[in-house]
Design a protein. Structure first.
Length: 224
């Protein structure tokens, strides 16, 4: 399944290369919402909230009322997650909050699962150079995606794996890397990071993975 990505920064839809350099920017929300309305699920990420530089909550609330979405970016508490679910998000993505002092916080994950239910939770595995990156991908940890999976699998229904090394480069996602992640968990797996062609999406689907796509949709490489 193809999952379009709406990344928000400064009140606009943006596309970044490897989470840093802005490559595309749009403020015509109605246009993209209409284009994405045929998809079963859309991913919305508040990049400002993830980086602690502000938020786009009002825009997120408008989008989730019109599209079926999983939402992430700066979600630190069960209360924040609940607010997103209450305004219309189908699932909530958490990443940085699952690590405390450089270690995986399984106790907190269990609390989230108990409070919100595992179906509503998507745990993010944002990987650069084989290590998990947090705080809007600006801080790298010593933890691997595989360690996160082993520790957190009981507490969520879905994992979101982003291969930051290839994110936004329009050069494809490394199948070997994502296949290894697929083999490591029985949970639903969504992957992102440079997915560029329909053939890639079909291959991922055959391997049991959903594909988050941003740059290839906004640039017209993959038709919406």
């Amino acid at each position: 399944m193809l999952i379009p990505s709406i990344d928000l920064m400064g009140g606009k839809i943006v596309q970044l290369v490897q989470g840093e350099k802005k490559a595309l920017e749009f403020d015509n929300f109605d246009y993209w919402i209409e284009r994405f309305s045929r998809y079963p699920l859309v991913q919305v990420i508040d990049l400002d909230a993830a980086r602690g530089t502000g938020d786009n909550r009002a825009i997120v609330a408008r989008i989730v009322q019109r599209l079926k979405c999983q939402v992430g970016g700066g979600v630190r508490t069960a209360g924040m997650a609940r607010e997103l679910l209450d305004v219309g998000a189908r699932r909530v993505i958490l990443g940085s909050a699952l690590l405390k002092d450089g270690k995986i916080n399984t106790k907190y994950a269990a609390t989230l699962a108990s409070s919100l239910g595992t179906v509503a939770l998507v745990f993010a595995l944002d990987s650069r150079g084989g290590r998990v990156a947090i705080d809007g991908w600006r801080k790298e940890t010593a933890v691997t995606a595989f360690e996160m999976i082993r520790a957190l699998e009981p507490f969520c229904e879905t994992f979101l794996y982003t291969h930051i090394d290839t994110e936004g480069l329009m050069a494809g996602i490394p199948m070997e890397a994502v296949s290894a992640i697929r083999q490591a968990t029985s949970r639903q797996l969504v992957v992102a990071g440079g997915i560029t062609t329909q053939q890639e999406i079909d291959t991922l689907d055959a391997l049991g993975m959903d594909a988050v796509v941003g740059m290839a949709l906004y640039s017209g490489k993959i038709p919406t």
